[in-house]
Every structure is written in structure tokens, then in C-alpha cells.
Write a protein that binds this ligand. Structure first.
Ligand SMILES: C[S@@+](CC[C@H](N)C(=O)[O-])C[C@H]1O[C@@H](n2cnc3c(N)ncnc32)[C@H](O)[C@@H]1O
Length: 275
């Protein structure tokens, strides 16, 4: 398997198929699980946001949404195990897979959120929209170009921004362009980022825009290493940034951290008035 410049095996080919079948069959072997680990944290953030702002149906932007996986989990209460079973053990034709997903979406009572997916993969977005996981989509690469007026309009009402398995490749350029597109709004954010990718450059952009970022406690297993070569290269990379893999990556798993960013005025305790 080919490794990219970060030392990870390149899985680019699985992101651009017309259905999620190859994505799930490849990642099942690697026990990819970060969307499942993220689910309760995203749900908690939605609840906190609702309580703090009174917004009943928050609009969530999922960066690198792929086939709408976080939306399937959070909005339609799917589980990764369920999706693995459906895509790997069920019917394999495009029509049949899509029909099953539509049936699934139609059978659930959706949570009161709207999901907008952002991805560079047109086929993945098309599938997620056709299945009904996503309410809207932005097909763009904000590492490379500014949002168009049409894309800005779709981003303007964002309440929350989330990501799994994407930041690291998507970096401060995209975050900066998104913040610019949000105008005066400051959507809350929650990003799961592999330890091998320093979050500092993104945090700096967020801080300059008025955010305070807090790292949640704990680490989250993302997936198993695909090959010995990948393991060696990732452990080397961690060593160069001064992180010990003991009890974590050394056991064979990529580990992610969760960063939660909110506008500063909404994270500070209300000052007590002096008498
Ligand atoms: C590992 S997948 C993660 C998908 C999903 N969030 C999950 O956890 O299952 C990474 C996704 O990021 C997308 N991606 C890569 N570079 C991107 C960019 N510059 N802007 C938006 N999406 C990008 C890929 O197309 C792919 O769908």
C-alpha cells in the first residue's frame, strides 16, 4: 500500500466511489471507529448549543463529511456497526444500497438538526444527498480556493462545525476561509484530530478570530495501522514532535484528540458584579 507524505497509507481512492461500499469494506478491516467515538460528543455539543442560544434546530457543517457518516450517526442515530453490516454484508448494487439507505432514513425520527456536508469528493456528496443523510452540501477545497458567493450563502447560517478524520489534511487555510465566510457569526466547533497532526496552526487562526479552544480529556482510537510501514512512519513522526506512543499508537492504533472551540465571550464565566 502506498503511503503519503504524512506516513499514512493513502486511501484517497475510497473517497470518490459512487457508493460508500469500498469506503466501508476497506475501513472495516482497519476497524475505523472515530465517528462512533465522536457521536456522543457531537450530541452533547448540540444540546449545550441549544441551551445556550435557544436555537432549536442547529445547522451543522461537517468538514470532510464523505458519504454523510456523521449525519447518519447523529441525525438518524445509526451506528458504525450497523453501517458496516449494511454496506459490507448487504446487497451491493448502487440502486439497492441507495434504496436501503433511503428506507433507513425514512424509517427514523430525525434529531432536530440540519447537516451540511463539505467535501472535495463530488460522488460522496451526491450519494449522501441522494440517501437523505445530508440536507445540503458544499463541494469545495478551501485549502485551494476561496468560497464562491453561492458557497458563502450556504455557509452563512452555520451554528456548529464538526469533523472526524479530516483535519490534518484540511488545515488552517480552510478554517480561515470558513471563518471569513461566517461573517460575524462564530459557530461552535468540535474537531477530532490525530495526535500526529499538530493542532496549533488551526488553534492560532481560531484564537485570532475570537475563539477559545479547549482540549477534551482523553484520547480516542481512530483505526488500526494498515501496514507495518505505516506504523513505523507514524511512530517516527510522533517522535519528531515529542509525543510518546507508549500505551497508545505503540499498541497498533491511531489516536485522536478532541478540540472544542467556542467564541471567547461564551466560554468565560459571567463576572460577579462588585458591590
Ligand atoms: C478519512 S475521510 C473522513 C470521512 C468522515 N468524516 C469519517 O470520519 O468517516 C476524509 C474526508 O475528507 C475529505 N477531504 C480531503 N481533503 C479535503 C479538503 N481539502 N476539503 C474538504 N474535504 C476534504 C475526503 O474527500 C474524505 O471524504
Amino acid at each position: 500500500m502506498h503511503v503519503d507524505s504524512t506516513g499514512k497509507v493513502s486511501l484517497d481512492h475510497i473517497y470518490t466511489e459512487p457508493t460508500p461500499l469500498t469506503y466501508f469494506s476497506t475501513l472495516r478491516r482497519l476497524e475505523y471507529r472515530i465517528p462512533q467515538a465522536a457521536k456522543p460528543h457531537f450530541e452533547g455539543l448540540v444540546e449545550d448549543y441549544r441551551r445556550a442560544t435557544g436555537v432549536a434546530v442547529p445547522r451543522i457543517l461537517d468538514i470532510g463529511c464523505s458519504y454523510g457518516i456523521n449525519a447518519a450517526l447523529v441525525k438518524y442515530d445509526a451506528t458504525m456497526d450497523e453501517l458496516y453490516e449494511r454496506y459490507c454484508d448487504g446487497p451491493q448494487s448502487h440502486e439497492a444500497v441507495l434504496a436501503r439507505d433511503r428506507e433507513f432514513v425514512g424509517s427514523r425520527t430525525p434529531r432536530a438538526v440540519r447537516f451540511v456536508g463539505l467535501d472535495v469528493s463530488r460522488p460522496a456528496l451526491d450519494y449522501a444527498l441522494a440517501a437523505g443523510f445530508l440536507d445540503d452540501a458544499v463541494h469545495a477545497d478551501f485549502e485551494e480556493a476561496d468560497p464562491t458567493d453561492r458557497q458563502r450563502a450556504k455557509l452563512a447560517d452555520t451554528d456548529l462545525v464538526v469533523s472526524t478524520g479530516c483535519l490534518g489534511y484540511v488545515g488552517e487555510k480552510s478554517i480561515s476561509r470558513l471563518i471569513d465566510a461566517f461573517g460575524d457569526r462564530r459557530p461552535w466547533m468540535a474537531h477530532f484530530v490525530l495526535r500526529m497532526f499538530p493542532f496549533d496552526p488551526i488553534e492560532e487562526v481560531l484564537t485570532d478570530a475570537g475563539y477559545e479552544t479547549v482540549r477534551a480529556e482523553g484520547l480516542f482510537r481512530q483505526r488500526r495501522f494498515a501496514t507495518d510501514e505505516e506504523r513505523t512512519l507514524v511512530l517516527d513522526r510522533l517522535a519528531t514532535i515529542g509525543l510518546s506512543p507508549r500505551g497508545r499508537e505503540a499498541d497498533g492504533w491511531f489516536h485522536a484528540r478532541l478540540f472544542i472551540s467556542r467564541p471567547r465571550e461564551e466560554t468565560r464565566p459571567t463576572p460577579i458584579e462588585e458591590k
